[in-house]
Design a protein around this ligand. Structure first.
Ligand SMILES: [Zn+2]
Length: 196
């Protein structure tokens, strides 16, 4: 079922040293709504953004994107998913250069769909020692032998609800998002991404 469109704009700004220097009120409210109540202004402001980006490949890609934005290729826009356990959120991010090599991130909702709650995305839950690869950009999960699929498919295919506690997730990038970002970042296409 589709939810009414959330019209808010979630904005944060990093300075030339990648420190978070501004988050808007909508961003803070969104964090509170999304099992990230620890992300208050006093926690995020003046911190390096890298503290909040999980996964080696994801960090690598953000570094490439920042480099591109700061080289004047701005704005850079890409779709991403920011799912909660009971909702698929299709969002879009725009990165734009500000004076002094600062970068403004603006995220907004494209659409949201309710779903049956998926415990795997419930942040406070304990994890076992196992790792599942999740794409940081589209939130698909790598199902061994089957490739990248939606989280519900992974739960069924891997019998994840039969596992207690749930496996941990390691953040990486799936093949189609890697391809899409390569199109956004043509001058970096010769560099190799770590395969994690
Ligand atoms: Zn992906």
């Amino acid at each position: 079922m589709q939810k009414p469109l959330d019209q808010r704009r979630f904005i944060w700004i990093i300075d030339d040293a990648d420190k978070i220097v501004h988050v808007n009120d909508d961003w803070l409210v969104f964090a509170q709504e999304n099992t990230a109540p620890q992300l208050t202004a006093s926690v995020v402001l003046d911190q390096h953004i890298w503290r909040f980006i999980q996964g080696q490949e994801t960090s690598y890609l953000y570094r490439q994107i920042f480099r591109r934005v700061r080289a004047g290729k701005s704005p850079v826009t890409f779709p991403f998913r920011c799912d909660s356990p009971d909702c698929r959120r299709f969002m879009e991010m725009e990165l734009a250069l500000l004076p002094g090599d600062a970068i403004q991130f603006t995220a907004h909702m494209l659409r949201e769909e309710w779903r049956d709650p998926v415990d795997l995305l419930d942040a406070p839950r304990d994890r076992s020692g196992e790792f599942l690869k999740i794409c940081s950009w589209c939130k698909k999960i790598n199902i061994p032998g089957q490739g990248w699929g939606e989280i519900e498919t992974a739960i069924a295919a891997l019998d994840l609800f039969g596992h207690h506690p749930m496996p941990r997730m390691t953040h990486t990038i799936c093949d189609s998002c890697r391809g899409a970002l390569r199109l956004e970042l043509p001058q970096e296409s010769g560099e190799q991404l770590n395969s994690d």
